[in-house]
Write a protein that binds this ligand. Structure first.
Ligand SMILES: *[C@@H]1O[C@H](CO)[C@@H](O)[C@H](O)[C@H]1NC(C)=O
Ligand SMILES: *[C@@H]1O[C@H](CO)[C@@H](O)[C@H](O)[C@H]1NC(C)=O
Length: 311
């Protein structure tokens, strides 16, 4: 009996996730570098470095909460609006990431994201955990890969639903050039209310991302009042969380090697390929708004309690 209990204890402790790294508070930005290239998705933004970001008052830490904002005081008649895109120094290949946020950027033409991407895109893959555009109230999870990464169509294993691409097709083929996909990736739309204004109105909450390298990529979203106690207590156990919003199967028609050495990325784009086209009145109207109406961007900020990586 003692031996049995000992074995049970060992197996339980081997399976439990252990905290490996925390991005939070005053040391939050130590874990990241600032991306300052031209936006690859044709957004009306200038991704600024840390010095400019601080001069423009776009970064702050108050009561332990990290605020990352888009400029909301100046006009930019010919340039993009200053915004932040940061990439982790660490590279990821598996694990559990708990994003606890009070607020995500909202406002005209916004396109915020928490995501992962590797070198030589799409050779090493992209995983989009939190993503959507202005006026959306559903989160869009997606994978973007090289050829030969397709998901089983069975949608009964997750709470969201397969997204129809702008070409009217469900795209369970994650290959970036899959016919009919139109750049959306193999995208899953969450239940309503888990993105944008309603998510913020609920006091934010948690995006939980679990990547088991050889078998699955899953995303759960909990509004603040529904965060499981094991997460709050620092002993996250996805077995307790029920069906995820999104569930991607790895190891069947998509290999673990489609996703390698990914950087964790946080950004807020404005207009551009997705948010420009989706803007009421179109891309030009989006650009005009972004360039000329700073006060419309008062709520265009992240407020992050912590990002915890468990292994
Ligand atoms: C994080 O995980 C890596 C890889 O297993 C390990 O080498 C490192 O010691 C861990 N760090 C902490 C703080 O647990
Ligand atoms: C996809 O699979 C085909 C057939 O096995 C193979 O010829 C091709 O090299 C693969 N392409 C990639 C990018 O993995």
């Amino acid at each position: 009996m003692k031996i049995f209990l000992l074995l049970l204890w060992i197996s339980v402790s081997l399976e439990a996730y252990e905290l490996n790294r925390t991005y939070a508070g005053d040391t939050f930005f130590d874990g990241f570098y600032f991306f300052t290239d031209k936006d690859p998705n044709h957004g009306t933004v200038q991704y600024v470095d840390e010095v400019i970001a601080r001069a423009l008052n776009l970064l702050s830490v108050e009561n332990g909460k990290v605020k990352i904002a888009v400029d909301s005081t100046n006009v930019f008649p010919t340039d993009g609006r200053p915004s932040i895109r940061i990439h982790s120094h660490d590279r990821y290949n598996e694990g559990l990431v708990i994003y606890d946020i009070d607020h995500m950027p909202v406002g005209p033409g916004t396109w915020p994201a928490f995501w992962f991407s590797g070198d030589s895109w799409p050779a090493n893959g992209e995983i989009d955990v939190l993503e959507g555009v202005y006026l959306k109230t559903e989160n869009n999870q997606a994978l973007h890969t090289r050829a030969n990464c397709t998901m089983p169509l069975d949608a009964s294993i997750f709470k969201g639903h397969w997204t129809k691409s702008n070409q009217g097709k469900i795209t369970n083929d994650c290959f970036v050039n899959a016919p009919g996909q139109g750049g959306s990736g193999c995208s899953i739309t969450s239940e309503d209310g888990l993105f944008g204004v309603p998510f913020n109105a609920a006091g934010g909450g948690v995006f939980a991302f679990e990547w088991i390298r050889e078998s699955s990529i899953k995303i759960w979203i909990f509004k603040r009042a529904n965060i499981p106690a094991d997460i709050t207590q620092g002993n996250p156990n996805p077995d307790n969380w029920g069906k995820p919003e999104a569930y991607y199967t790895i190891g069947q028609q998509c290999t673990a090697n489609h996703f390698n050495d990914l950087e964790l990325i946080i950004n807020c784009n404005l207009c551009g390929d997705w948010a420009g086209g989706a803007f009421p009145g179109g891309w030009d109207a989006c650009n005009q708004k972004v360039r000329n109406d700073p006060s419309a961007f008062k709520d265009t900020y992240w407020l992050i309690n912590s990002i915890k990586y468990y292994l």
